[in-house]
Design a protein around this ligand. Structure first.
Ligand code: CA2
Length: 144
């Protein structure tokens, strides 16, 4: 089973700034942990990060024909992007929305997601573990 992990804007700064909010783990650290989990779960992973909305839309389009599941942290685009929402709905690949922080306990503008209605579910508030939990769920979709 092939799974695409997408990280949105500014997540390349993880572990380098604001460790109080998003933790000390770097994006490379998250991707390495996911790769390790993927080996144990018997799934293939590709990870992609971009700060650009259009590039994120293109990455979702390019997942057609390869990925059977998408794990996406749309970061700030969660709260603004109809384009990413339409891309996820348009490709028809089941997606899980993840967040490091508990967006529901933060500012009101973070409590609305354009992505949640087109995702299979959302995991938020567990730091890097949010991604690992999502990978565990998505890997089960390949088991009949
Ligand atoms: O909690 C999450 O995972 C978020 O998606 C993170 C986004 C935020 O806009 C969402 O509301 C919730 C922000 C990612 C920015 O990451 C940084 C990491 C280090 C330094 C600065 C920003």
């Amino acid at each position: 089973m092939n799974i695409l992990v997408i990280h949105g804007p500014n997540l390349n700064l993880l572990g380098k700034r604001e460790p109080g909010v998003y933790g000390a783990t770097t994006l490379e650290g998250i991707n390495d942990a996911l790769e390790q989990d993927a080996l144990e779960l018997g799934v293939s992973l590709r990870s992609y990060q971009s700060n650009s909305e259009g590039d994120l839309v293109s990455a979702i389009h390019d997942a057609r024909g390869w990925a059977e599941a998408i794990i996406i942290n749309p970061a700030a685009y969660t709260h603004t992007s109809v384009a990413i929402r339409d891309a996820i709905a348009g490709v028809g690949i089941p997606a899980i929305e993840v967040h490091l922080s508990n967006v529901h306990a933060r500012e009101p503008f973070r409590q609305h997601s354009y992505i949640a209605p087109v995702a299979q579910g959302t995991i938020a508030g567990f730091g890097a573990e949010s991604y690992r939990l999502a990978l565990r769920v998505a890997s089960q979709w390949g088991v009949s």
